[in-house]
Every structure is written in C-alpha cells, then in structure tokens.
Ligand binder design. Structure first.
Ligand code: CMP
Length: 139
C-alpha cells in the first residue's frame, strides 16, 4: 500500500463557482503531483457508497444529495506524507474554522459545501482512489 497518495474531490459548489483553477494552483504550489484527474458526476447511489462510513449520521442525506447535485473534479495526489500534507493545505472541515490561506477558508461555503474532500488516512486514500480510477488512468 502506498503511503504517499491522497484522494481529493473538488465539490459541486466549488466547481460551479469556478474555484477549480485556484484549488489546482494551490495543489501545485504545495508540491503535489497530480497522478490522475477527471471531471465527473456522482450518482446518488455512488455518493452513498463513497460516504457510507457516514451513513446514519445526521448530515448523511444532505451530504449525499449535495455530492450528487453536480459535476465534481476527482484527483489522486502524490507527495511525501500526502494525507497529512493535504489536510493541512485544505484546512478544517468547517470553512469558518479553517486557517487563513487554506483551500476551505478561501473556497468553502459552509461545513457541507466545504470546497474539497481529502482522505483521512493512507488506507482510505487507497480505497477512495480506486473508487474513481483504474491503474491505466494513473500517471
Ligand atoms: P469531507 O471531507 O468530504 O468528508 C465528509 C463530509 O461530511 C465533510 O467533508 C463535510 O462536508 C460533511 N460534514 C461533516 N460534518 C458535517 C456536519 N456537521 N454537517 C454537515 N456536513 C458535515
């Protein structure tokens, strides 16, 4: 298992608000290599599966509806200590609590529409990357 990848999605509101360029710029500036990337749209069923770890939590239905509401950008990022490095770059889950200069501070709307997803562990990074990308889509 690689310890050096993380998985991200630019969420529907951030994509719709033309934040994709800013997010990718910050990712490049921070020294991540983009290994795979695509614009796609999750069905409700796919969003339920991707976020199944949160099933039963009060925000689950809202999260699933939002994440399937429009196009997203999905990407695999590579860097030493990628999971932690990316979580630092994106900031706290709630944009209102995120540090200045972070992606969620600058591009997030609220805790649900918080601009980007980032894997929370090396194990989940591998699972999430494989949810979206096959081996021949990685460079
Ligand atoms: P993400 O990193 O995509 O992982 C799970 C998502 O659930 C999280 O970002 C938030 O967008 C969302 N989330 C977490 N907590 C809450 C909450 N209290 N209310 C609404 N959405 C939440």
């Amino acid at each position: 298992m690689s310890a050096d990848i993380t998985f991200t999605m630019i969420k529907p509101t951030a994509f719709k608000n033309n934040c994709t360029g800013k997010v990718l710029y910050k990712i490049n500036e921070a020294g991540f290599k983009v290994v795979a990337m695509k614009i796609t749209r999750l069905s409700k069923k796919e969003a339920m599966k991707f976020y199944e770890v949160h099933a039963g939590r009060p925000f689950y239905d809202e999260l699933v509806n939002f994440m399937s509401s429009g196009p997203i950008v999905a990407a695999i990022l590579e860097k030493e200590n990628a999971v932690d490095a990316y979580r630092t770059l994106i900031g706290a889950t709630n944009p209102a609590e995120a540090a200045e200069g972070t992606i969620r501070k600058e591009c997030g709307t609220n805790i649900g529409e918080n601009a980007v997803h980032g894997s929370d562990s090396d194990e989940n990074a591998v699972i999430e990357a494989s949810f979206f990308f096959s081996q021949i889509e990685r460079f």
